[in-house]
Design a protein around this ligand. Structure first.
Ligand code: IMP
Ligand code: MG
Length: 178
């Protein structure tokens, strides 16, 4: 796998430090609340797992799996729900946990979908954000890093379902995906 990597953008240590920061902010903001974290499969798995270990308050976790309709290069704005929530979220405080925001279309759809179930509040925790690529405004309360428009893999992020198990975040060599 290492031969396919251009360079490492964030090391394991850097990610760990950033997640500690985010986790303690969330723990402080949500103390005494009934919070449910909703991880978006599969990209958020590493982030969700490490983040929640740093959120030292009682909380619950749930997962959703979604996929974009049609060609992923042309975002249609329609998202198909492959796995829905196990929990009822009415009157709960929820935090959506995502790996990366690109156009923002996936999250825009999910926020609307979840808000229809009348949670008390909805916030977003996202490790990476590509501001240059944004098409719709998404308010991200807990953000790891703003990143340039490179194709990234590792720490949950995939290319064709591979590289998710790299422990760091890396720029994929262009020749692999071009
Ligand atoms: P959006 O709806 O355009 O914001 O799409 C976000 C989704 O695209 C993320 O959850 C990822 O699955 C995927 N994605 C966007 N950028 C990258 C990347 O650089 N590497 C891997 N997946 C990415
Ligand atoms: Mg994803």
């Amino acid at each position: 796998m290492k031969n396919d990597i251009e360079r490492i953008l964030y090391s394991e240590e850097e990610i760990r430090g950033k997640i500690k920061e985010l986790g303690s902010r969330i723990a402080k903001d949500y103390a005494g609340k009934d919070v449910i974290f909703i991880g978006i499969l599969k990209g958020s798995v590493m982030f969700m797992s490490d983040l929640l270990k740093e959120v030292n308050i009682p909380c619950r976790m749930d997962f959703m799996a979604v996929s974009s309709y049609g060609n992923s290069a042309v975002t249609s704005g329609v998202v198909r729900i492959l796995k829905d929530l196990d929990f009822e979220i009415r009157d709960k405080d929820i935090i959506i946990v995502e790996d990366i925001i690109d156009s923002g279309v996936t999250l825009q759809y999910l926020i609307k979908y979840l808000k229809a179930r009348k949670p008390r509040s909805v916030e977003i925790a996202c490790l990476l954000n590509k501001p240059e690529r944004r098409k719709v405004e998404i308010p991200v309360k807990y953000l790891g890093y703003d990143v340039p428009d490179y194709f990234l893999v590792g720490y949950g992020l995939d290319y064709a379902e591979k590289y998710r198990n790299l422990p760091y975040i890396a720029v994929l060599k262009e020749e692999i995906y071009k």
